[in-house]
Design a protein around this ligand. Structure first.
Ligand code: SF4
Length: 307
């Protein structure tokens, strides 16, 4: 069982992991998503008791060779929906008890999501969570100001060569620093309700990779430089997918020693808010199902938000 515990400040128990995604698109009001559902395996302050209302977008602004949602991020699996469908799905998730609306890998869709989020916010008080690769442009983030309540970016690399090799992204470190800095500027305080569920703030996720301890140290130092009070989710959930089964480095999980080094680096950087995971959580079972037939049936059953 994948568990996640607070590095310093305990909140709710038993928060297994989660995964990323992203997509591609055509028309101005067309989105491609692969899953809408309650997800209980995020950080405790995101999943809460009701679960996080996740919307998984197809496609990705990164191309990580180790991606656990390869079909979505690399191949664009999913279903085309329009903005009314999206709003209807968000309202459905709220009725199901979602603690928030969690947009998973929304970056390629950011511009066209703006009117959708504006409309949703006229109809709901639920926090919007932006669960991205962390390479969002500052220009785009500024346009989202006031529409996103909880920023939940990844910060994968301090080593740009590693970012190019594993994720085909240039200047990843400086882009991540700029994005997280802007997110923190917009949400300078982390605000929780009396159940420990985050209502506003920033949580930065870092996936510990095999044989990449220096990369992790650099990421954690950079986060602390932005704000040592930032919450960091130190993820030990990496497991090799078939795409990297023969990779010389990525074909294994991380070791206990590597994760311990990452935890030591967290404290050495001066960070003091965060979450860690049990390494036994690194199992494929926690990758969500992407059943587009079920998604299509759900959408057909929902009232449209506009005529
Ligand atoms: S950032 Fe990388 S790991 Fe995350 S969804 Fe995109 S390709 Fe996959």
């Amino acid at each position: 069982m994948r568990t996640q515990r607070a590095l310093v400040r305990p909140r709710l128990d038993n928060a297994p992991a989660r995964v990323h995604t992203l997509g591609v698109s055509d028309g101005k009001n067309v989105f491609r998503i692969a899953r809408a559902g309650l997800h209980r395996f995020e950080e405790p302050c995101i999943s809460g008791e009701g679960g996080s209302g996740t919307l998984f977008f197809s496609g990705c602004d990164m191309r990580c060779v180790f991606c656990q949602n390869y079909a979505l991020s690399h191949r664009g699996a999913g279903l085309n929906v329009d903005g009314d469908d999206l709003v209807a799905l968000m309202l459905h998730l709220e009725r199901e008890g979602a603690e928030n609306i969690n947009l998973v890998t929304p970056t390629p869709w950011a511009e066209r999501l703006i009117p959708i989020l504006e409309e949703f916010k006229t109809r709901s008080q639920l926090p919007i969570v932006w669960n991205s690769s962390g390479c969002d442009s500052v220009q785009t983030l500024v346009k989202l100001q006031g529409l996103v309540d909880v920023w939940l970016p990844d910060f994968k690399y301090s080593d740009d060569a590693l970012a190019v090799r594993y994720s085909a992204v240039k200047d990843c470190f400086s882009r991540s620093v700029a994005a997280v800095s802007e997110m923190r500027r917009q949400r300078p305080k982390d605000i929780f309700d009396d159940r420990g569920v985050m209502k506003e703030g920033v949580i930065v996720r870092h996936l510990v990779l095999p044989a990449a301890t220096e990369n992790t140290r650099g990421v954690l130092r950079a986060i602390a430089d932005i704000d040592p009070d930032l919450f960091v989710s130190l993820m030990g959930q990496y497991f090799p997918t078939p795409a990297v089964a023969d990779h010389p480095v990525l074909s294994r999980r991380i070791t206990e020693e590597e994760y311990d080094e990452a935890t030591d680096a967290f404290f050495a950087a001066g960070l003091h808010n965060g979450f860690s995971q049990e390494l036994s959580s690194a199992v494929e079972d926690y990758v969500p199902d992407f059943d587009t037939d079920a998604l299509a049936a759900l959408i057909a059953s929902l009232p449209r938000s506009r005529a």
